[in-house]
Design a protein around this ligand. Sequence first.
Ligand code: GEK
Length: 244
Amino acid sequence: MDNFDKIFDKENSDYADGFKFDRQVASVFENMISRSVPGYENVITMSGILAEKFVKSNSNCYDLGCSLGATSLSIQKHLKGLNCRIYAVDNSEAMIERLQAILAMNADYPTPIIPILANIQDIEMSNNQLTAINFTLQFLKVEERYSLLKKIFDSMLPGGVLILSEKIKAENPTENNLLIDIYHQWKESNGYSKREIEKKREALENVLIPESIETHRTRLEEIGFKNFSVWFRCFNFVSMVAFK
Ligand code: GEK
């Protein structure tokens, strides 16, 4: 049974200076993300389906900001005997330690998952057929996002696929407020109190910076990605694909 996320159910937040992916967060992460990201399970499952469709033999897949490796594990299940590798990268030591424990108990699949403790901006990538950045680009400084996406594009094989999942901001403020209101209603229905929702919102204020779908699309097309599509959306959360 997952540890139930009660991190913001306190008078004083441990994250008043900003949200961090520390040991406390890693210990409740599965519960936190499934109660905080609408459609999370769908995005994870479909990342595997996309891998099955687009990954070719002898290539690499990257899961950037892998946390506990949910995306990597989904991709792994769908790749059978292709001689591929999945690199799962995160800069949180607590997450990578838990991922290593999960992998040690994992069923034997032919495609290995290789956990890497690193900043996704610093790693070298090559022979890249698929990169998933599920709910992670949003944590980078806005001005650093282009160069990461360009590095991904440059490392990709022709036909390579990018899966980019993000919390987004609607360009119209009325629509944006509506989506946030519905989203908070959904969080309440998942057992978070109004105070927990508010404290988490404050902790994420300057840490998670959402952009509009148009901003994502324009930047990806400027880099050279083609056939951009929003394949999943629930309230202010989306998953996009684009191809080299
Ligand atoms: C999932 N994709 O389960 N370098 C490496 N890792 C980073 C960086 C960075 N610069 N910035 C943030 N992270 C996962 C969920 S969670 C999303 C992703 C969320 C890592 C951070 O440590 C955390 O584990 C992850 O990105 C974001 O599908 O919790 O909202």
